[in-house]
Ligand binder design. Structure first.
Ligand SMILES: Cc1cc2nc3c(=O)[nH]c(=O)nc-3n(C[C@H](O)[C@H](O)[C@H](O)COP(=O)(O)O)c2cc1C
Ligand SMILES: Nc1ncnc2c1ncn2[C@@H]1O[C@H](COP(=O)(O)OP(=O)(O)O)[C@@H](O)[C@H]1O
Length: 327
Protein backbone atom coordinates (compact mmCIF):
# COMPACT_ATOMS: atom_id res chain seq x y z
CA UNK A 1 0.00 0.00 0.00
CA UNK A 2 1.35 3.36 -1.00
CA UNK A 3 0.69 6.28 1.33
CA UNK A 4 -0.05 9.63 -0.30
CA UNK A 5 0.70 12.88 1.52
CA UNK A 6 -0.46 16.26 0.28
CA UNK A 7 1.91 18.29 2.42
CA UNK A 8 5.02 17.82 4.49
CA UNK A 9 2.88 18.06 7.62
CA UNK A 10 1.03 14.86 6.59
CA UNK A 11 4.20 12.76 6.57
CA UNK A 12 4.05 10.51 9.66
CA UNK A 13 6.74 11.32 12.24
CA UNK A 14 7.37 7.61 12.83
CA UNK A 15 7.96 6.73 9.18
CA UNK A 16 11.55 5.66 9.85
CA UNK A 17 14.47 6.06 7.46
CA UNK A 18 13.67 6.67 3.81
CA UNK A 19 15.36 6.78 0.43
CA UNK A 20 13.89 9.64 -1.57
CA UNK A 21 13.65 10.66 -5.20
CA UNK A 22 12.34 13.95 -6.59
CA UNK A 23 10.74 14.78 -9.93
CA UNK A 24 7.72 15.92 -11.91
CA UNK A 25 7.22 12.46 -13.44
CA UNK A 26 4.86 13.74 -16.14
CA UNK A 27 3.36 10.64 -17.75
CA UNK A 28 5.29 8.28 -15.44
CA UNK A 29 6.91 6.80 -18.56
CA UNK A 30 9.40 3.93 -18.68
CA UNK A 31 12.32 6.24 -17.89
CA UNK A 32 10.53 7.42 -14.74
CA UNK A 33 9.53 3.86 -13.91
CA UNK A 34 13.16 2.71 -14.17
CA UNK A 35 14.23 5.41 -11.67
CA UNK A 36 11.35 4.55 -9.33
CA UNK A 37 12.12 0.82 -9.52
CA UNK A 38 15.75 1.49 -8.58
CA UNK A 39 14.58 3.70 -5.75
CA UNK A 40 12.38 0.92 -4.37
CA UNK A 41 15.18 -1.67 -4.68
CA UNK A 42 17.76 0.64 -3.04
CA UNK A 43 15.42 1.56 -0.19
CA UNK A 44 14.27 -1.95 0.59
CA UNK A 45 17.85 -3.30 0.39
CA UNK A 46 18.75 -1.05 3.29
CA UNK A 47 15.58 -1.60 5.26
CA UNK A 48 14.28 1.88 4.46
CA UNK A 49 11.05 3.11 2.88
CA UNK A 50 10.97 4.37 -0.72
CA UNK A 51 9.46 7.84 -1.11
CA UNK A 52 8.81 9.84 -4.30
CA UNK A 53 8.47 13.60 -3.97
CA UNK A 54 6.59 15.26 -6.81
CA UNK A 55 5.17 18.72 -7.44
CA UNK A 56 1.70 20.03 -8.16
CA UNK A 57 1.07 22.27 -9.99
CA UNK A 58 3.94 21.76 -12.45
CA UNK A 59 6.77 24.25 -11.71
CA UNK A 60 6.50 25.63 -15.25
CA UNK A 61 2.84 26.48 -14.64
CA UNK A 62 4.00 28.67 -11.76
CA UNK A 63 7.14 30.25 -13.24
CA UNK A 64 6.26 30.48 -16.93
CA UNK A 65 2.59 29.72 -17.56
CA UNK A 66 2.98 30.75 -21.22
CA UNK A 67 5.57 27.99 -21.76
CA UNK A 68 3.77 25.42 -19.65
CA UNK A 69 3.52 22.14 -21.52
CA UNK A 70 0.14 20.51 -21.37
CA UNK A 71 0.65 17.66 -18.93
CA UNK A 72 0.35 14.11 -20.26
CA UNK A 73 -1.78 13.02 -17.32
CA UNK A 74 -3.57 14.73 -14.48
CA UNK A 75 -2.38 14.39 -10.89
CA UNK A 76 -4.69 11.40 -10.17
CA UNK A 77 -3.10 9.27 -12.86
CA UNK A 78 0.36 10.47 -11.88
CA UNK A 79 -0.22 9.29 -8.30
CA UNK A 80 -1.81 6.02 -9.44
CA UNK A 81 1.06 5.24 -11.82
CA UNK A 82 3.82 6.16 -9.36
CA UNK A 83 2.11 3.95 -6.77
CA UNK A 84 2.20 1.01 -9.21
CA UNK A 85 6.02 1.02 -9.03
CA UNK A 86 5.85 -0.12 -5.41
CA UNK A 87 7.00 3.04 -3.60
CA UNK A 88 5.90 3.22 0.03
CA UNK A 89 5.01 6.89 -0.01
CA UNK A 90 4.34 9.80 -2.36
CA UNK A 91 4.62 13.40 -1.20
CA UNK A 92 2.74 15.83 -3.43
CA UNK A 93 4.49 19.08 -2.61
CA UNK A 94 2.35 22.09 -3.51
CA UNK A 95 4.53 24.15 -5.82
CA UNK A 96 4.19 27.84 -5.03
CA UNK A 97 6.46 30.84 -5.60
CA UNK A 98 7.09 30.79 -1.88
CA UNK A 99 8.16 27.13 -1.93
CA UNK A 100 10.36 27.88 -4.96
CA UNK A 101 12.41 30.32 -2.83
CA UNK A 102 14.02 27.45 -0.91
CA UNK A 103 17.73 27.16 -1.74
CA UNK A 104 19.06 23.74 -2.77
CA UNK A 105 20.42 23.31 0.76
CA UNK A 106 17.17 24.33 2.44
CA UNK A 107 15.17 21.98 0.22
CA UNK A 108 17.39 18.97 0.94
CA UNK A 109 17.84 19.74 4.64
CA UNK A 110 14.32 20.86 5.58
CA UNK A 111 12.16 18.87 3.18
CA UNK A 112 13.99 15.67 2.29
CA UNK A 113 16.08 15.03 5.40
CA UNK A 114 14.12 16.86 8.09
CA UNK A 115 10.64 16.31 6.66
CA UNK A 116 10.72 12.94 4.93
CA UNK A 117 13.57 11.35 6.92
CA UNK A 118 15.89 10.73 3.96
CA UNK A 119 19.05 8.75 4.72
CA UNK A 120 19.74 8.62 0.98
CA UNK A 121 18.65 10.41 -2.16
CA UNK A 122 18.41 8.59 -5.50
CA UNK A 123 17.94 10.73 -8.62
CA UNK A 124 18.67 10.76 -12.35
CA UNK A 125 21.77 12.60 -13.58
CA UNK A 126 19.91 15.62 -15.02
CA UNK A 127 18.12 16.55 -11.79
CA UNK A 128 17.92 20.29 -11.01
CA UNK A 129 16.38 21.66 -7.85
CA UNK A 130 16.14 24.58 -5.46
CA UNK A 131 15.81 28.34 -6.01
CA UNK A 132 16.50 29.27 -9.64
CA UNK A 133 17.15 25.57 -10.35
CA UNK A 134 20.61 26.20 -8.93
CA UNK A 135 21.11 22.71 -7.52
CA UNK A 136 22.46 19.86 -9.66
CA UNK A 137 24.01 16.49 -8.86
CA UNK A 138 27.31 18.14 -7.84
CA UNK A 139 25.43 20.29 -5.35
CA UNK A 140 23.62 17.20 -4.18
CA UNK A 141 26.88 15.29 -3.62
CA UNK A 142 28.30 18.20 -1.55
CA UNK A 143 25.09 18.45 0.45
CA UNK A 144 25.12 14.70 0.96
CA UNK A 145 28.55 14.89 2.60
CA UNK A 146 27.62 17.87 4.69
CA UNK A 147 24.34 16.38 5.92
CA UNK A 148 25.58 12.80 6.21
CA UNK A 149 23.29 11.20 3.63
CA UNK A 150 24.07 8.99 0.63
CA UNK A 151 23.52 10.25 -2.89
CA UNK A 152 22.81 7.70 -5.64
CA UNK A 153 22.87 8.88 -9.23
CA UNK A 154 20.72 6.58 -11.32
CA UNK A 155 21.97 5.90 -14.86
CA UNK A 156 19.97 7.00 -17.87
CA UNK A 157 17.35 4.53 -19.01
CA UNK A 158 17.60 4.85 -22.77
CA UNK A 159 15.08 3.13 -25.00
CA UNK A 160 16.46 -0.09 -26.46
CA UNK A 161 15.40 0.83 -30.03
CA UNK A 162 14.94 3.96 -32.18
CA UNK A 163 18.63 4.85 -32.12
CA UNK A 164 18.43 4.77 -28.32
CA UNK A 165 16.43 7.99 -28.05
CA UNK A 166 15.93 8.71 -24.41
CA UNK A 167 12.42 8.06 -23.09
CA UNK A 168 10.93 11.45 -22.32
CA UNK A 169 7.68 13.29 -21.74
CA UNK A 170 8.51 15.38 -24.84
CA UNK A 171 8.73 12.26 -26.98
CA UNK A 172 5.38 11.03 -25.64
CA UNK A 173 3.77 14.41 -26.44
CA UNK A 174 5.16 14.26 -30.00
CA UNK A 175 3.66 10.80 -30.52
CA UNK A 176 0.31 11.92 -29.11
CA UNK A 177 0.33 14.91 -31.48
CA UNK A 178 0.99 12.50 -34.38
CA UNK A 179 -1.81 10.16 -33.30
CA UNK A 180 0.60 7.29 -32.71
CA UNK A 181 -1.11 6.13 -29.53
CA UNK A 182 0.40 2.65 -29.73
CA UNK A 183 3.95 4.01 -29.62
CA UNK A 184 2.99 6.45 -26.84
CA UNK A 185 1.50 3.60 -24.78
CA UNK A 186 4.69 1.63 -25.29
CA UNK A 187 6.75 4.42 -23.70
CA UNK A 188 4.14 5.18 -21.06
CA UNK A 189 3.76 1.53 -20.09
CA UNK A 190 -0.02 2.08 -20.18
CA UNK A 191 -2.61 3.44 -22.64
CA UNK A 192 -2.96 7.22 -22.85
CA UNK A 193 -5.80 8.28 -20.58
CA UNK A 194 -8.17 11.26 -20.59
CA UNK A 195 -10.47 12.00 -17.67
CA UNK A 196 -13.64 14.02 -17.89
CA UNK A 197 -17.11 14.63 -16.55
CA UNK A 198 -20.03 13.55 -18.75
CA UNK A 199 -22.00 16.65 -19.74
CA UNK A 200 -25.01 17.35 -21.94
CA UNK A 201 -24.35 17.66 -25.67
CA UNK A 202 -26.75 18.63 -28.45
CA UNK A 203 -28.96 15.50 -28.03
CA UNK A 204 -28.50 14.64 -31.69
CA UNK A 205 -26.60 11.43 -31.03
CA UNK A 206 -29.59 9.46 -29.78
CA UNK A 207 -31.68 10.60 -32.79
CA UNK A 208 -29.18 9.17 -35.24
CA UNK A 209 -28.72 5.92 -33.32
CA UNK A 210 -25.36 6.81 -31.83
CA UNK A 211 -25.81 8.36 -28.38
CA UNK A 212 -22.45 9.60 -27.15
CA UNK A 213 -21.15 10.50 -23.71
CA UNK A 214 -19.72 14.02 -24.14
CA UNK A 215 -16.74 14.67 -21.87
CA UNK A 216 -15.72 17.90 -20.25
CA UNK A 217 -12.06 16.85 -20.12
CA UNK A 218 -10.27 17.87 -16.91
CA UNK A 219 -7.08 15.84 -17.25
CA UNK A 220 -4.95 14.32 -19.97
CA UNK A 221 -3.09 15.66 -22.99
CA UNK A 222 -5.38 16.23 -26.00
CA UNK A 223 -3.83 14.14 -28.79
CA UNK A 224 -4.28 14.44 -32.56
CA UNK A 225 -7.91 15.11 -33.45
CA UNK A 226 -9.83 12.25 -35.01
CA UNK A 227 -11.65 9.00 -34.35
CA UNK A 228 -10.22 6.49 -31.88
CA UNK A 229 -10.94 3.03 -30.55
CA UNK A 230 -10.75 2.97 -26.77
CA UNK A 231 -12.16 1.94 -23.44
CA UNK A 232 -14.46 3.95 -21.18
CA UNK A 233 -14.48 3.37 -17.45
CA UNK A 234 -16.59 5.07 -14.78
CA UNK A 235 -14.17 6.28 -12.09
CA UNK A 236 -16.58 8.32 -9.98
CA UNK A 237 -20.33 8.03 -10.59
CA UNK A 238 -21.18 11.05 -8.41
CA UNK A 239 -24.88 10.65 -7.54
CA UNK A 240 -25.72 8.84 -10.78
CA UNK A 241 -26.85 5.38 -9.59
CA UNK A 242 -26.92 3.94 -13.08
CA UNK A 243 -23.28 4.97 -13.62
CA UNK A 244 -22.44 3.50 -10.18
CA UNK A 245 -23.57 0.07 -11.39
CA UNK A 246 -20.85 0.21 -14.06
CA UNK A 247 -17.95 0.87 -11.66
CA UNK A 248 -14.93 -1.27 -12.48
CA UNK A 249 -16.18 -2.28 -15.96
CA UNK A 250 -14.14 -1.46 -19.05
CA UNK A 251 -16.58 -0.57 -21.80
CA UNK A 252 -15.47 -0.66 -25.46
CA UNK A 253 -16.06 2.65 -27.24
CA UNK A 254 -15.75 4.42 -30.60
CA UNK A 255 -14.43 7.86 -29.68
CA UNK A 256 -14.56 11.12 -31.55
CA UNK A 257 -12.21 13.93 -30.56
CA UNK A 258 -12.20 17.19 -32.49
CA UNK A 259 -14.56 19.51 -34.34
CA UNK A 260 -17.91 18.08 -35.49
CA UNK A 261 -17.75 19.78 -38.91
CA UNK A 262 -20.78 17.89 -40.22
CA UNK A 263 -23.13 19.41 -37.65
CA UNK A 264 -21.39 22.79 -37.61
CA UNK A 265 -19.97 22.86 -34.08
CA UNK A 266 -16.85 24.99 -33.74
CA UNK A 267 -15.44 23.90 -30.39
CA UNK A 268 -13.46 20.80 -29.39
CA UNK A 269 -15.76 17.90 -28.52
CA UNK A 270 -14.65 14.66 -26.94
CA UNK A 271 -17.36 12.02 -27.09
CA UNK A 272 -17.63 8.27 -26.73
CA UNK A 273 -20.18 5.89 -28.21
CA UNK A 274 -20.16 2.80 -26.00
CA UNK A 275 -20.67 -0.34 -28.09
CA UNK A 276 -23.69 -2.58 -27.45
CA UNK A 277 -25.11 -0.44 -24.60
CA UNK A 278 -27.88 1.73 -26.04
CA UNK A 279 -29.59 2.54 -22.73
CA UNK A 280 -26.73 3.98 -20.67
CA UNK A 281 -27.10 7.02 -18.45
CA UNK A 282 -23.70 8.54 -17.69
CA UNK A 283 -24.57 12.20 -17.08
CA UNK A 284 -22.59 13.72 -14.22
CA UNK A 285 -20.24 10.75 -13.84
CA UNK A 286 -16.48 11.13 -14.01
CA UNK A 287 -15.07 8.73 -16.56
CA UNK A 288 -11.67 7.74 -17.92
CA UNK A 289 -11.08 7.16 -21.62
CA UNK A 290 -8.13 5.00 -22.61
CA UNK A 291 -7.28 5.83 -26.23
CA UNK A 292 -5.89 2.77 -27.99
CA UNK A 293 -5.63 3.59 -31.70
CA UNK A 294 -6.29 6.49 -34.09
CA UNK A 295 -8.40 5.64 -37.15
CA UNK A 296 -9.06 8.76 -39.24
CA UNK A 297 -9.33 12.54 -39.04
CA UNK A 298 -12.57 14.39 -38.30
CA UNK A 299 -14.43 14.95 -41.58
CA UNK A 300 -17.30 16.97 -42.97
CA UNK A 301 -19.74 14.44 -44.43
CA UNK A 302 -22.03 17.15 -45.79
CA UNK A 303 -25.06 15.67 -44.01
CA UNK A 304 -26.31 13.24 -41.39
CA UNK A 305 -26.63 10.34 -43.83
CA UNK A 306 -22.92 10.35 -44.66
CA UNK A 307 -22.04 10.77 -40.98
CA UNK A 308 -24.16 7.77 -39.95
CA UNK A 309 -22.63 5.57 -42.67
CA UNK A 310 -19.15 6.54 -41.42
CA UNK A 311 -20.15 5.82 -37.82
CA UNK A 312 -21.14 2.26 -38.78
CA UNK A 313 -17.70 1.78 -40.32
CA UNK A 314 -16.00 3.34 -37.28
CA UNK A 315 -17.82 0.89 -35.01
CA UNK A 316 -16.81 -2.09 -37.17
CA UNK A 317 -13.18 -0.88 -37.11
CA UNK A 318 -13.35 -0.34 -33.34
CA UNK A 319 -14.56 -3.93 -32.84
CA UNK A 320 -11.55 -5.23 -34.75
CA UNK A 321 -9.04 -3.08 -32.86
CA UNK A 322 -10.44 -3.96 -29.43
CA UNK A 323 -11.29 -7.57 -30.23
CA UNK A 324 -15.00 -7.14 -29.45
CA UNK A 325 -17.15 -9.29 -31.77
CA UNK A 326 -20.57 -8.04 -32.94
CA UNK A 327 -23.43 -9.32 -30.76
C1 LIG B 1 -17.04 7.28 -33.71
C2 LIG B 1 -17.50 8.69 -34.01
C3 LIG B 1 -16.96 9.35 -35.11
C4 LIG B 1 -17.37 10.65 -35.42
N1 LIG B 1 -16.83 11.28 -36.51
C5 LIG B 1 -17.26 12.52 -36.85
C6 LIG B 1 -16.73 13.19 -38.01
O1 LIG B 1 -15.85 12.71 -38.72
N2 LIG B 1 -17.22 14.42 -38.31
C7 LIG B 1 -18.19 15.01 -37.54
O2 LIG B 1 -18.61 16.10 -37.90
N3 LIG B 1 -18.67 14.44 -36.43
C8 LIG B 1 -18.24 13.20 -36.06
N4 LIG B 1 -18.73 12.59 -34.92
C9 LIG B 1 -19.55 13.37 -33.98
C10 LIG B 1 -21.01 13.48 -34.30
O3 LIG B 1 -21.18 14.60 -35.13
C11 LIG B 1 -21.76 13.67 -32.99
O4 LIG B 1 -21.60 12.53 -32.21
C12 LIG B 1 -23.22 13.94 -33.22
O5 LIG B 1 -23.34 15.20 -33.78
C13 LIG B 1 -24.01 13.89 -31.90
O6 LIG B 1 -23.57 14.89 -31.01
P1 LIG B 1 -24.19 15.06 -29.53
O7 LIG B 1 -23.58 14.02 -28.64
O8 LIG B 1 -23.78 16.44 -29.11
O9 LIG B 1 -25.67 14.89 -29.63
C14 LIG B 1 -18.34 11.29 -34.61
C15 LIG B 1 -18.86 10.62 -33.49
C16 LIG B 1 -18.46 9.34 -33.18
C17 LIG B 1 -19.03 8.64 -31.98
N1 LIG C 1 -24.21 3.47 -25.96
C1 LIG C 1 -24.05 4.67 -25.35
N2 LIG C 1 -22.84 5.29 -25.36
C2 LIG C 1 -22.70 6.49 -24.76
N3 LIG C 1 -23.66 7.14 -24.11
C3 LIG C 1 -24.89 6.57 -24.05
C4 LIG C 1 -25.13 5.33 -24.68
N4 LIG C 1 -26.44 5.01 -24.50
C5 LIG C 1 -26.99 6.01 -23.80
N5 LIG C 1 -26.07 6.95 -23.49
C6 LIG C 1 -26.42 8.17 -22.69
O1 LIG C 1 -26.98 9.10 -23.56
C7 LIG C 1 -26.24 10.33 -23.55
C8 LIG C 1 -25.95 10.72 -24.97
O2 LIG C 1 -27.05 10.90 -25.77
P1 LIG C 1 -27.00 12.03 -26.85
O3 LIG C 1 -28.26 12.03 -27.61
O4 LIG C 1 -25.71 11.91 -27.64
O5 LIG C 1 -27.00 13.28 -25.91
P2 LIG C 1 -25.89 14.37 -25.60
O6 LIG C 1 -25.94 15.21 -26.81
O7 LIG C 1 -26.37 15.04 -24.33
O8 LIG C 1 -24.58 13.67 -25.42
C9 LIG C 1 -24.91 10.03 -22.85
O9 LIG C 1 -24.42 11.09 -22.08
C10 LIG C 1 -25.27 8.83 -21.97
O10 LIG C 1 -25.68 9.28 -20.70
Amino acid sequence: MTLVWHSLADVPRDLGPTVVTVGNFDGVHKGHRAVLAELVAAAHARGAKAVAVTFDPHPKAVHAPEHQPELITGIDDRIERIAQTGVDGILIQEYTLDFAMATPEEFVRDYLVGGVGAVAIAVGGDTRFGRGNAGDIETLRELGEKLGIDVDIIGDAAAPHDGARRWSSTWVRELLDEGDLRAAADILGAPHRLRGTVIHGDKLGRQIGFPTANLDVYAGFIPRHGVYAGWLEVVDPGDNASAASLLGERLPAAISLGINYTVGTKDLRVEAFVLDREGLDLYGARVALDLIEWERPMLDFGGIEGLVAALHEDVAWTRKVLGVPAL
